[in-house]
Design a protein around this ligand. Structure first.
Ligand SMILES: NC(=O)c1ccc[n+]([C@@H]2O[C@H](COP(=O)([O-])OP(=O)(O)OC[C@H]3O[C@@H](n4cnc5c(N)ncnc54)[C@H](OP(=O)(O)O)[C@@H]3O)[C@@H](O)[C@H]2O)c1
Length: 307
């Protein structure tokens, strides 16, 4: 089978020919329809995540897959060959950017039926992270005022839609070209982050979801009400500064969990969407990693290994 690999941090990913892997006990072999590229894949590739996700070389990157079950290992029940699934693989092991991948059966989730199977790979880390932000790190409630930074990005867009469905009033930062997209997700006000300062427009927020980080975090402390919460995804927020400002600050670190991913798939079948930037071949891997790394994407890049 064809796979995308690299043999050193920072080395351009290249195509390799490998044997199709074997599903061991409690695993299934999946024929990959789509595999989503995440900022995490780029950070691992750059060597920034060695403390959390060390990899062995050659490494086949990628965590988020959709596809159909090709073969069942011993001891797998409740699934059959041909079932359409989504799943998240262990970031240290990777393996998504290939024609076939082996998945532990306890990580399998039925793919949503409301979107093309290949594109449903884009839900996996994005939806799971947004779910954790909204319902595990926080409990978003009707009437709350929620500000989402980076609302046009996949995590911010998913979080925006979950907050709207929960009955919150959602305010958002995005670039002007993405304003219509973000309003279409249900945000009541979209602030152009390149030309406006959100702290001049907003106050009294119950919750700020920060998918951007840096100086946006410090400025966000000014728009939160006392006792409000800041939840960040790029890096842990400054707990001391948050305490001084009278707000709670949390970092969400996405944890793979099939139950949570099941909720995400269900929401996708009830109208929550993830934007696809492009469907690309594995041969375009180096270019896809570079585009994602430069932030030149509008939604998810999805590898379609079989064309
Ligand atoms: N902790 C975890 O477990 C976890 C899980 C998933 C993701 N993450 C992290 O969460 C972050 C977001 O992920 P993603 O996949 O949604 O990222 P993404 O695809 O890079 O999207 C980021 C979005 O933020 C926008 N943006 C950039 N600067 C901004 C600013 N100053 N104000 C408002 N919006 C701004 C970008 O808009 P433009 O198009 O205009 O540049 C883009 O729409 C990444 O850092 C990722 O690594 C963490």
């Amino acid at each position: 089978m064809k796979s995308l690999e690299y043999s050193a941090y920072g080395q351009a990913p290249e195509i390799a020919e490998r044997d199709v892997p074997h599903a061991a006990t409690s695993e299934v072999l999946v024929k990959v329809s789509g595999a989503a590229l995440n900022p995490l894949d780029v950070k691992i590739h750059a060597g920034y995540m060695t403390d959390f996700f060390p990899v062995e070389f050659p490494h086949v990157p990628g965590t988020d897959i959709s596809g159909t079950i090709e073969a069942l290992g011993d001891g797998v029940s409740g699934w059959k060959v041909g079932d359409a699934i989504i799943a998240r693989l262990d970031p240290s092991k990777g393996g998504a950017f290939a024609e076939y991948a082996v998945v532990s059966a306890d990580q399998l989730v039925r793919a949503p039926t409301s979107m093309p199977l290949a594109e449903s790979a884009g839900l996996v880390t994005v939806g799971g992270t947004a779910w954790q932000v909204m319902f595990e790190a926080h409990s978003v409630a009707p009437g709350q005022r929620v500000l989402v930074h980076g609302a046009a990005g996949p995590v911010g867009a998913f979080a925006t839609q979950l907050a709207v469905q929960a009955g919150a009033s959602v305010f958002a930062t995005a670039s002007a070209e993405d304003a219509d997209y973000v309003r279409g997700l249900g945000a009541t006000k979209v602030i152009d982050y390149r030309n406006e300062r959100f702290e001049d427009e907003l106050s009294d927020m119950d919750l700020v979801i920060d998918t951007v980080g840096g100086e946006v975090e410090e400025r966000s402390l000014k728009v939160l009400k006392q006792g409000g919460a800041l939840i960040a995804t790029p890096m842990p927020p400054d707990a001391d500064r948050a305490r001084e400002a009278g707000v709670e600050a949390k970092f969400v670190f996405h944890m793979s969990d099939a139950t949570k991913l099941g909720h995400v798939a269900e929401r996708a079948d009830h109208g929550v969407t993830v934007r696809t930037d492009s469907l690309v071949a594995l041969d375009d891997g180096a270019n896809a990693f570079a585009r994602q790394g430069r932030g030149e994407v509008k939604g998810k890049i999805i590898f379609v290994p079989r064309g």
